[in-house]
Design a protein around this ligand. Structure first.
Ligand code: SAH
Length: 231
């Protein structure tokens, strides 16, 4: 097969992957997201474009469009579609931003961010999850994502500052390191609370002043590490 034929073959596979369950995604947006107030049209379009089943372990893809979070490897979870949509909306992205994501996990939220922003810098502490996610995201031709394995509570100083930062694990407090790496203006979204319940929290920086707003209650796996949970 020539290089050109291989590319055409890959494009055809990708097309099939994106169209296969498009109707289920439309239904998910209509029944799970719109009634709960997800209005941002760019967020809805991104969710329509990303085949969620691609991020599920092979034996569990039937769960992909269910209104819930689901288990992935390393005792972690892929977030509920509504939570992904809400967190993405709270960042109010327009397309030109550089975004830092802490907790790559399956890579599903990363894919949504890659559709909404110019560049996504994603950090995951489990190397196994990070490499599986990178592989999946490359198959989807998402080339504006940069990967790092390590403790995301320290951020990723090399590429700071970031217009938006999204933490997808539950934190005991807001890490100062992440506030330090936020651009001005900039927005940080992070679930904060104890290990059984957190509040989705948005911190916006304007003219060197931080403002904090709270959104819904939620339950994420623990953000572990230097400025997270220690155990
Ligand atoms: N957005 C992901 C959610 C994954 S669950 C998805 O939809 O699939 C949260 C992830 O945060 C887990 O993969 C966990 O390993 C990771 N995590 C926890 N603490 C971390 C830290 N300090 N740095 C980077 N990743 C962390």
């Amino acid at each position: 097969m020539s290089e050109n034929d291989a590319q055409l073959d890959n494009d055809a596979k990708l097309d099939r992957l994106i169209t296969a369950r498009a109707a289920e995604r439309r239904a998910m947006i209509e029944h799970q997201l719109i009634p709960r107030g997800i209005r941002d049209p760019r967020v809805r379009t991104a969710i329509q474009h990303v085949p969620r089943e691609h991020f599920f372990p092979a034996d569990r893809i039937d769960n992909a469009y269910v209104d819930a979070a689901h288990a992935i490897d390393c005792d972690q979870t892929i977030s509920q579609p509504y939570i992904v949509a809400l967190m993405s909306s709270l960042l109010e992205l327009h397309g030109g931003e550089r975004v830092l994501e802490i907790g790559t996990g399956s890579g599903y939220q990363t894919a949504i961010l890659a559709h909404l922003a110019r560049d996504v810098f994603t950090v995951e502490r489990h190397a196994v999850l990070a490499s599986a996610a990178a592989h999946r995201l490359k198959t989807l031709n998402l080339t504006n994502i940069h990967y790092h394995t390590g403790d995301g509570t320290l951020g990723w100083t090399e590429h700071a500052p970031y217009d938006a930062i999204l933490v997808t694990a539950g934190a005991p407090r807001v890490p100062d390191e992440l506030l330090d790496q936020l651009a001005d203006p900039g927005t940080l979204v992070i679930p904060v609370g104890d290990e059984s319940a957190q509040t989705l929290t948005r911190i916006t920086q304007h003219n060197a002043r931080f403002e904090t707003q709270t959104s819904i209650g939620c339950r994420f796996v623990k953000l572990r590490g230097h400025a997270g949970w220690q155990d």
